[in-house]
Design a protein around this ligand. Structure first.
Ligand code: PMP
Length: 406
């Protein structure tokens, strides 16, 4: 390859397994439990189309122009109302919000303003790959916390923090990154007790919690648990939200909610990255929130995803309950189930068997930095039609059996 004199960071960049895998989605007859994208039929396209025409024709001097780096005040105010009504978060002003190009760019901005080469941060194992990539651009010193049905292991966190404190390394620890609801990829939710424990530890060691919550609005059953941002406030927690799973990922709108001084620092970083988020989609979303009750509009989407999730769980039970050592998470919302096979199974190797059988899944290793999770896989139930969920789980069973025999 020609020597383009890439930086060390540039040299280390490699294509993700997920991107490679998604290429196989187009093979005829293939059933995919791979991609984590929402079902396009859920996008409120007629409502958005009507608003878009108005926003372009009547508000073109804002919507087709550069906008403020901080984000569109129309959308910010509407979203502050949304958070108050639906999450009980009060007392926010527009200075507590930054609108980003999806929450992926928020993760990258955080990495820019928080991490140095020697910084440490806590993430879950398995981890959301996008966060791992954003953080590792600046520092690779992640500390892993295993996940169980109730979210990250706070006992282990406590132990590790005490060790870091006694070795003097605690000063390099910058934040604890958590996905509180319906984790990607694991589907699990952080319990109220663990949220409290996490806040207690964050207080004790003066650490920031980065609460990344793209899926909280997609709850299919059970009681909502308050966000840590609501419980502890802007001094301790930075909340990340996005419209990607509830409105449209193509609009690329994410929100950082936090202390005004922190937000100001992110704004300065964002000026260097992209000047501003798209004025057009921000204003469309702002007018959309003013006109419609998003929570109400989400109800059919939630019904559809719940049905698909229940069906996948039922099919997993039918096909795998006779296999010793196979277990899977039972999410109350979100888009993902995490299936674990007995020790010794390597789901990365199994992908070729899966492809032959016409079934795609994401191997656990894709969500693990530096190894591990080899015998697990992420299954997404939101996109395939119901008949494909039934057929797909059968193909998965066959794949597991074939691989197990070799
Ligand atoms: N965080 C988590 C946990 C996610 O699952 C995703 C999307 N898959 C994102 C952040 C980024 O989403 P977006 O940039 O589309 O807002």
């Amino acid at each position: 390859m020609k020597d383009f004199k890439f930086s060390n960071t540039g040299k280390k960049l490699t294509s993700s397994i997920i991107r490679e895998l998604l290429k196989d989605v187009s093979i005829p007859g293939m059933i995919s439990f791979g991609g984590g994208v929402p079902d396009p039929s859920t996008f409120p396209r007629y409502e958005l189309s009507e608003i878009t025409q108005k926003v372009i024709e009547e508000e073109f001097s804002y919507s087709l122009q550069y906008g403020p780096t901080e984000g569109d005040d129309v959308l910010k105010k509407a979203y502050i109302e949304y958070l108050k009504k639906n999450e009980g978060i009060k007392g926010l002003s527009t200075e507590n919000l930054l609108i980003t190009v999806g929450s992926q760019s928020a993760l990258f901005l955080l990495s820019l303003v928080l991490l140095d080469k020697d910084s440490k941060y806590f993430v879950s194992k398995p981890v959301y790959l996008g966060a791992a990539s954003a953080f590792s651009m600046r520092s690779t010193n992640h500390i892993d916390l295993p996940l169980s049905e109730n979210g990250i292991d706070t006992e282990l966190l406590e132990k590790k923090l005490a060790e870091l404190a006694s070795s003097g390394e605690i000063k390099n620890v910058k934040f604890i990154y958590v996905i509180p609801n319906f984790h990607n990829p694991a589907g699990v939710t952080l319990s109220l007790e663990r949220r409290k424990k996490l806040l207690e530890l964050a207080d004790k060691y003066d650490l920031l919690i980065v609460e990344d919550d793209p899926y909280g609005d997609l709850r299919y059953e059970g009681e909502a648990i308050p966000s840590m941002f609501k419980m502890a406030g802007k001094d301790r927690v930075l909340l990340l939200k996005t419209f990607s799973k509830v409105l449209s990922p193509g609009m690329r709108l994410g929100f950082v909610i936090g202390h005004e001084e922190f937000i100001r620092k992110l704004v300065l970083a964002k000026q260097a990255v992209d000047l501003c988020s798209p004025s057009l989609t921000q204003r469309i979303a702002g007018r959309f929130l003013q006109k419609y009750d998003l929570k109400e509009l989400l109800k059919p989407t939630i019904d559809m995803y719940r049905k698909k999730k229940d069906l996948m769980l039922e099919e997993l039970k039918k096909n795998f309950s006779d296999m010793q050592g196979v277990h899977w998470t039972k999410p109350q919302g979100g888009l993902f189930i995490w299936l674990t096979l007995p020790e010794g199974f390597d789901t990365m190797e199994m992908m070729d068997y899966g492809k032959k059988n016409g079934i795609l899944f994401i191997p656990g290793a894709a969500f693990s930095i530096g190894g591990g999770c080899d015998n697990s896989m992420r299954l997404s139930f939101c996109l395939p039609p119901e008949k494909d969920i039934v057929e797909g789980v059968k193909r998965l069973k066959q794949t597991v059996l074939e691989y197990g025999k070799e």
